[in-house]
Design a binder for this molecule. Sequence first.
Ligand code: ZN
Length: 244
Amino acid sequence: MAIRVTVWNENVHERTDPKIGQVYPAGIHGALAELLGNAGDISVRTATLDMPEHGLNEAVLEDTDVLVWWGHLAHDQVSDEVVDRVQRHVLRGMGLLVLHSGHMSKVFTRLMGTSCTLDWRDNDRERVWCCMPSHPIAEGVPLSFEIAEEEMYCEPFDVPQPDELVFIGWFQGGEVFRSGCCYHRGYGRVFYFQPGHEAFPTYRTHPSVRRILVNAVRWATPARRRGPLECRMVDPAESGAPRI
Ligand code: ZN
């Protein structure tokens, strides 16, 4: 069965800035949907901020194995009810990919529990290094690759220590950044990936970034969804009572 992905995008830059509209004529969500949809084992739907419940009602999330999140200008317009819902589904096993400026999104800060702030600067050349080549997200990706133009994000990045750090970005100005971070939250897997500034067509054109996104979707796909996490009083395990 195909992996069910929902790509969520605030879709603001592309509609309000003609230059960005040219970079992503189908929206960032459109580019990500095309990329993932061509992987062969992924079925994709898209959702945007302006849809009722931002396109993320209960039925959509129930039918989503992995949610991909791109936001920047409108983090504060995302309703807390939807954030609660996304968090609940991640804890039950839904995968979550948070991209680029999504580090400050409500869904990511909720799941991290920290400010998720970082330092930044306008465009720079980036070299991404893989520091965990055995990780499934690094499969088929060179040990290092260059992104000719990318917004500079650097440490300190106020996130919890990643459970697995897969990529580190180095920028021409000398800064470094934890660019690919894996987390486990409840039964869900979360991957934060830094590249993808809206002014450059990275998601449409960069082979390594594209490969990483497909790998990350596969990695974050749950084996199965679980019921809500509960604090249960239970019989002794040695009594033979089944424990699920
Ligand atoms: Zn950016």
